[in-house]
Design a protein around this ligand. Structure first.
Ligand SMILES: *[C@@H]1O[C@H](CO)[C@@H](O)[C@H](O)[C@H]1NC(C)=O
Ligand SMILES: *[C@@H]1O[C@H](CO)[C@@H](O)[C@H](O)[C@H]1NC(C)=O
Length: 227
């Protein structure tokens, strides 16, 4: 099991792809954002898995979750705030709406959080082809297609969408840990099987960054460190 912490470390990825610094807002020497779009698993989920039928009512919906900060369970797999909460707070933004809690453009004016507890980087069908059953049917490709849907809701024109993205922070939280842990829990538990997933998981994460490069053509290159 010593492999897992190391894999987690490798999978840990925080990418802030900045848009152009908004002319009106560089007051504190930092770019000003109007909203955050975030992706990931339970380390970033602020309410989706409490709504998703397969995970609703899970342990995180009961005390002591939420006791340190919110005073009640609030959909986070934590007794307090998550890293995404601190980032949003320090930017002075309202928290992004958990994707499954919103419907209309108005719901997502302050961004959207697509992260789902238990989500995998790889698609359930791919994992299944390796003998790994995932118990939460949400992968990075679901999250990116949800993201495209929200962008379309907010503005149906390419130009409008580029404008939105120029003032948005993209937060790619940790993802991939569940893929590896499901090898142990639902797969054949071999290190070889876990290792065989590595290039695929890295590729799935990279594909999100590629999407973001298309949408943030201006200065995305200097914030990522492809290895
Ligand atoms: C575990 O699963 C992988 C992928 O299906 C396979 O290549 C490997 O031979 C399996 N190992 C054992 C010990 O069953
Ligand atoms: C995620 O995508 C897969 C494949 O398109 C789909 O079968 C599944 O229902 C999606 N999950 C959710 C929660 O929408």
């Amino acid at each position: 099991m010593a492999l897992l912490p190391r894999l987690l470390l490798v999978a840990l990825l925080l990418v802030a792809v900045t848009g152009e610094a908004d002319a009106g807002g560089a007051g504190h020497g930092q770019a000003r954002y109007d909203r955050v779009f975030s992706f990931g698993d339970s380390l970033t989920d602020t309410g989706n898995s409490a709504i998703l039928p397969v995970t609703a009512g899970g342990p995180f919906t009961n005390p002591p979750y939420g006791q340190t900060h919110f005073g009640r369970p609030n959909g986070r797999a934590s007794d307090g705030r998550l890293v995404i909460d601190f980032i949003v707070e320090s930017l002075g933004l309202p928290p992004p709406t958990p994707y499954l809690a919103g419907k209309t453009a108005v719901d997502f004016l302050h961004g959207a959080n697509f992260a789902v507890g238990g989500a995998t980087a790889l698609d359930p069908a791919f994992l299944q082809s390796r003998g790994i059953t995932s118990f939460v049917p949400v992968s990075l490709s679901n999250q990116t297609s949800w993201f495209n849907g929200v962008l379309q809701l907010l503005d149906s024109t390419g130009n409008g969408q580029r404008k939105i993205m120029a003032s948005s922070l993209l937060y790619l939280g940790e993802i991939g840990f569940n893929d590896y842990s499901f090898v142990a829990v639902f797969g054949n538990g071999t290190v070889g099987l876990a290792q065989s997933l590595v290039p695929h998981i890295v590729g799935a994460i990279r594909s999100v960054l590629t999407v973001s490069r298309v949408l943030w053509p201006v200065n995305s290159a200097d914030h990522t460190h492809p290895s």
